[in-house]
Design a binder for this molecule. Structure first.
Ligand code: SF4
Length: 433
């Protein structure tokens, strides 16, 4: 989401005559786009801002801005007390940036942290930053009202709003015409996307269908799905469109219903397993990845064992794994005690990571000697003689170059693997389906 926001900011400022640079030393304005979901993020932000301040001493007139989730909470300390900032803009205030920059030029500080009930930036065509020319992100909704007790997003990003479907479809078509071949639709909970177009209600499944119909050569991914809302209708839509990727990110967070209840996730272990069974039944071969938080308030040893057993049951292909750290402005910070000792959190996290390492390895092992359709993204990082791409399941595939080009599809037979990567040989380049 944050990267997508940076592209929106780049677009707003490009319209006002600014240009983006990849060389930080050349910049006249530096924006730090922030997210307060993960631990240590604030300390890292502060360190970066201190570094920018040192740059400013050598380059007076350099403007430094803080964007995104942390804007509201850190503005007092970073802007007023420590004076590390010139501009602070919350996630719904990016259109106001040109005015805020003018305020700085006239010797003041520019601050706007107001959240909006409507802002979706639907009419803004993002400037693609750091693009490989093959894959792009499209933000389809903003905000969240699920109020998971550990999460700061509802207070930093405001109410859930879906973006006009026609603007999403237009952006997808434009990207395809520019040569992009994969788009990832982004939202905190894409399953609850909903847009009224006259009498027609466009759900997330209908939106996917419309984008899939643009061209069979355009692959579609999406993130993130909430387990409570992932419907059979959505799964059947994916199953019936080969260009909607066979990969679902379904954050479980914990395998214990008791902990899930404290997290206010609104599903149980059994309900999660039922949804995984539905994915396996309706979309055979679909990869499932997840997020896990260990050591949440009052998590007992038996809860931890339930998380391990659930991971083993699902056989996740990939997982993002974290130990719980309390975030200010969350329900958990206000109402629960962060009472699992650090050493216990660390031990549980190690067990979870070790297990996932084995599950990822076994997942890739099952792909050995099978053929995968790969969308080529560009050169492999390790060797200019190899291409890197992804299969529908979102696994990285490396193979020696023949005459293929980035943005084309090729079939690759897997000859070896690690827990993170598949390696193989291209069998033939072809045009999908
Ligand atoms: S669904 Fe829960 S974890 Fe995800 S953004 Fe919303 S409140 Fe946060």
């Amino acid at each position: 989401m944050n990267f997508s926001d940076s592209e929106i900011v780049a677009s707003i400022l490009t319209d006002r005559g600014y240009t983006a640079t990849e060389e930080i030393q050349q910049a006249d304005i530096i924006f730090l786009n922030t997210c307060s979901i993960r631990d240590n993020a604030e300390q890292r932000v502060k360190k970066r801002l201190q570094y920018f301040q040192a740059m400013k001493k050598k380059k007076p007139g350099l403007m430094i801005g803080l964007l995104g989730c942390m804007a509201d909470r850190l503005k007092t300390v970073l802007l007023e007390e420590e004076q590390l900032l010139d501009v602070v803009a919350g996630p719904d205030a990016y259109r106001d940036l040109p005015r805020l920059l003018e305020e700085v030029e006239s010797g003041q500080r520019g601050v706007n942290i107001l959240l909006s009930m409507e802002e979706t930036y639907a009419d803004i065509t993002p400037v693609r930053l750091e693009t490989n020319g093959v894959s792009a992100f499209i933000s389809i909704m903003r905000g969240c009202e699920n109020y998971c007790s550990y999460c700061v997003v509802p207070s930093t990003r405001g109410k859930e709003r879906s973006r006009d479907a026609s603007s999403i479809i237009r952006e997808s078509m434009d990207l395809f015409d520019q040569g992009f071949r994969e788009i990832t639709l982004l939202g905190q909970n894409v399953n609850s996307y909903s847009w009224k177009d006259g009498d027609e209600e466009i759900t997330f499944a209908r939106l996917l269908e419309k984008i899939a119909g643009i061209n069979p050569l355009l692959r579609i991914r999406f993130a993130t799905s909430h387990p409570k809302d992932i419907s059979n209708d959505l799964l059947e839509t994916i199953a019936s469109h080969p260009n909607i990727c066979r990969a679902i990110h379904l954050p479980v967070q914990s395998g214990s219903s008791r902990v899930l209840d404290r997290m206010n996730r609104k599903y149980t272990r059994e309900k999660y397993m039922e949804r995984v069974a539905a994915i396996r039944r309706i979309i055979p071969g679909c990869a499932i990845s997840t997020d896990v938080i260990t050591g949440f308030c009052d998590e007992r040893e038996e809860d931890h064992q339930e998380t391990l057993s659930l991971m083993e049951w699902v056989k996740f292909d990939y997982a993002f794994m974290f130990k719980y750290s309390e975030r200010p402005m969350t329900l958990a910070a206000d109402t629960l005690q962060d009472n699992v000792p650090e050493s216990v959190k660390e031990r549980r996290l190690t067990e979870i990571i070790d297990l996932q390492q084995r599950l990822s390895y076994e997942s890739n092992q099952r792909d050995l000697h099978t053929v995968h359709e790969v969308l080529i993204e560009g050169d492999s990082k390790r060797s200019g003689d190899h291409f890197m791409g992804r299969n529908s399941q979102n696994k990285v595939v490396i193979f020696p170059k023949n005459n293929e080009k980035p943005g084309s599809y090729t079939n690759v037979k897997i000859q070896s693997f690690t827990s993170a990567t598949l390696m193989g040989d291209a069998t033939k380049t072809h045009l999908f389906v």
